[in-house]
Design a protein around this ligand. Structure first.
Ligand SMILES: Cc1ncc(COP(=O)(O)O)c(C=O)c1O
Length: 410
């Protein structure tokens, strides 16, 4: 019988994992071009091209470069007319910015549960959460895997709600043959260090709506208008401008993306097949069979029943000991301090002078999200998918080894 690494046995995997950001001389060359151009701030050829390439790649008409995915979400909300006192439906299983961007613009996030197998917003639960104050829905394409946009957009249309795709983890992902981020009213992308296209920090908003584009552009450019003068500030805006350095890194990242995308995708398909022989562990289910996830994260479902009742967190300790990096991932967002300890119903934006509806974050429960966060979900970090088939075999072999020797774990 094999001895588990957690008990001093040999590890299944001794090699490391691909570095991220990737080793690529193109990044340094890109930065040098910016230095030589002497246009370091916004408005130069690199920011313009980065917006054009992202829009072209994702099939969008317009793109606005901003400082982060968070600011892209805030700008999108305001550009679509969402503001103080408005409710916005969000999933609880995502990065905090999907919900905190709503609070930042004076709105109220309303959490709607996910599907425990797709880890994405469950469209069948949305309608019961709609009230007279609801103005928008933000599905997040979690782990890079597209949310089920068709029914979500159909609900949005029927109730007059804007739909904003949180595509921060989903560069290049496809929903029923179309690239995400340009399917709903607006899409938000992030280029923060961990993302599949990264520039340290940075964000972008995509849209096919000229008015949304102009409003978003003005917000990000201190109230200027796209064709206006430098000292022509017509509306309230912020300085949310991306630098040329970020844009140049994004341009190089977009050149690498197609090959990276295919590698992550191929490895995921290979791993899916290997996992078919293992009871109790599977990869995130797609919301539609033809979808192509960006596989920003490899997200798994774990059933302790197939591991003699071994709790997920103990399983993860054993897996990490075997040289396979795994983590338990998000907490339900409504359990984060922002919505628990530090949530004040008498302060902006929740107090009655701002908001006429009813919300009580202390009472929110989303059972599928809690099951995933507390018991059944786990992730492997974003560069996992850039490794090779041998690494995928190592993942499957380590899981099998734990399953076959689970009696060794106390
Ligand atoms: C799903 C999701 N939404 C929003 C964000 C916010 O992006 P940023 O970190 O660029 O503000 C992130 C990334 O961190 C994310 O993963």
């Amino acid at each position: 019988m094999a001895v588990l690494a957690i008990n001093g046995g040999e590890k299944v995997r001794t090699e490391g994992w691909p570095p991220w950001p990737p080793d690529d001389p193109g990044f340094l060359e890109a930065l040098k071009k910016v230095i030589d151009s002497r246009v370091w701030g916004t408005g130069g050829e690199f920011t313009t091209q980065a917006a054009e390439r992202m829009a072209e790649y994702h099939g969008a008409e317009y793109a606005v470069t901003v400082t982060s995915g968070t600011s892209a979400l805030e700008v999108a909300l305001r550009a679509l007319g969402v503001g103080v006192g408005d409710e916005v439906i969000v999933p609880p299983y995502t990065f905090i910015a999907t919900a905190s961007s709503v609070v930042a613009i004076g709105g109220v996030p309303v959490f709607v549960d996910i599907d425990a197998e797709t880890f994405n917003l469950d469209p069948t639960k949305i309608e019961e959460a709609i009230t007279e104050y609801t103005k928008a829905i933000i599905p997040a394409h979690i782990g890079g895997s597209p949310a089920d946009l068709d029914p979500i957009m159909e609900i949005g249309k029927r109730h007059g709600l804007a739909v904003i795709e949180d595509a921060c983890q989903a560069h290049g992902a496809e929903y029923k043959g179309r690239k995400v981020g340009a399917i709903a009213d607006a899409g938000a992308f992030s280029f923060q260090s961990s993302k599949n296209v990264c520039a340290g920090e940075g964000g972008m908003l995509l849209t096919n709506n000229r008015e949304v584009f102009e409003k978003a552009w003005s917000q990000a450019n201190i109230g200027r208008v796209p064709e206006g003068g430098w000292y022509d500030h017509r509306v309230m805006g912020w300085n949310l401008r991306m630098t040329q350095f970020q844009a140049a890194l994004i341009l190089r990242g977009l050149e690498l993306l197609p090959e990276h995308f295919e590698r992550r995708y191929h490895n995921a398909q290979y791993l899916r097949q290997r996992l078919e022989e293992i009871e109790g562990v599977s990869l995130q289910k797609m919301t539609h069979p033809s979808n192509r996830s960006a596989y920003h994260l490899y997200i798994f479902s774990y059933d302790r029943g197939a591991f003699a009742g071994l709790p997920r967190d103990k399983f993860l300790q054993a897996l990490n000991a075997e040289g396979i990096r795994g983590g338990s991932g998000y907490n339900p967002l409504y359990r984060e301090g922002l919505f628990r300890d530090n949530w004040d119903p008498n302060a902006f934006p929740f107090a009655p002078q701002f908001y006429k509806g009813k919300v009580n974050y202390d009472e929110v429960t989303c059972p599928a999200c809690e099951q995933v966060c507390d018991e059944s979900g786990f992730w492997m970090s974003q560069s996992t998918g850039l490794a090779d088939e041998k690494a995928m075999d190592d993942i499957a072999d380590a899981i099998l080894k734990i399953q076959q020797n689970v009696g060794e774990i106390e």
